[in-house]
Design a protein around this ligand. Sequence first.
Ligand code: SF4
Ligand code: SF4
Length: 374
Amino acid sequence: MTKPNNAFVIQREDLHILFDVLIERGYTPVGPTVREAVIVYDELSGLEDLPEGWAEEQDAGTYSLKRRGDNALFGFNNGPHSWKNYLFPSRVKLWEGDKTEDGGFTVKSAVDTQKKFAFIGVRACDLHAIQVQDKVFLDGEYRDPIYSKRREEALVIAVNCGQAAKTCFCTSMNTGPRVSDGYDLALTEILDNDQHYFLAEPGSTSGFSLLAEIPHSEASQEAIAAARGCTKQAQEQMGRKIDISDVKEMLYRNYDNDRWDELEKRCLSCGNCTMACPTCFCSKVEDVTDLTGNHAERWREWESCFTMDFSYIHGGSVRPTTRSRYRQWLVHKLAAWLDQFGTSGCVGCGRCITWCPVGIDLTEEVRLLRNSEN
Ligand code: SF4
Ligand code: SF4
């Protein structure tokens, strides 16, 4: 094995310094923590907020925490939150205005005062999801100013997965379980008998400069091999797979397949899948006034293609049935997204499978649609 030039070791007892340095540099650390029996993302005050020793069991429509029996800090997989909660917040004020005494109206843009984020524990699939949303919010004719500011300022501390959930299928989507680019610092957690350390691989000058402030040593061949062994284990544990060869053409061919009727019987049109999905980006704007009618505000909020209102054009909804809405979602994710943005809208994180209350599984739906053709 050739030794990469940029691999170092940080001991577990020194990792807390990462948080101190980030806070000193004006970042708000955001990462995984346990809240209400789920691992969510939230602002972290230090390493002690991480879900030490916790893992989770997840499958279609189910999620529960369990103890791992060790002190791993990142020994779990994705929960319901993703980084879009911070880069593309679920509710944000766009502008506000007030009536003036002479009967006019003054408007001022809302300023996004959010401090810069340091994302801790970004998994490979989610790093790809951020890159997918970059295409949506930054690469088109219109750049989203809120996303753009938050994204430019964000620092990404990635964590390579050492385990996979039953709902994960990043290997099928070529998005994981090991990060490839787009991070400032990548960590792989290694627990080996009484040793507990992180292989640290900087991916940017900010990553190198962070590392310079944390005690570290050059990684041995054994440490590098142990880290690669961790991601190999995650690869082997991958809970699901999907055949994405010609999936775009297959879905376009099956626009009228009876399978969509079966889905209509199960799908609740609740939109959970779109809320949990790290790439879904739809939103609506809503105007509100106070009780006096003198003050008005415009807010942007997440919206879902599963609501009737989403496709309402004067006189009615373009997609009036659950059949048409589920089909729209799946075909957009895995087919039309490729035409629109040059990339799949799915990164194989499995969230839509876990957080669907009736356990609808898109990998299974694609398989059934494919099989129905034979
Ligand atoms: S469609 Fe489902 S598996 Fe794919 S990225 Fe969205 S939530 Fe994850
Ligand atoms: S697929 Fe599941 S999560 Fe998505 S809208 Fe239907 S019931 Fe809700």
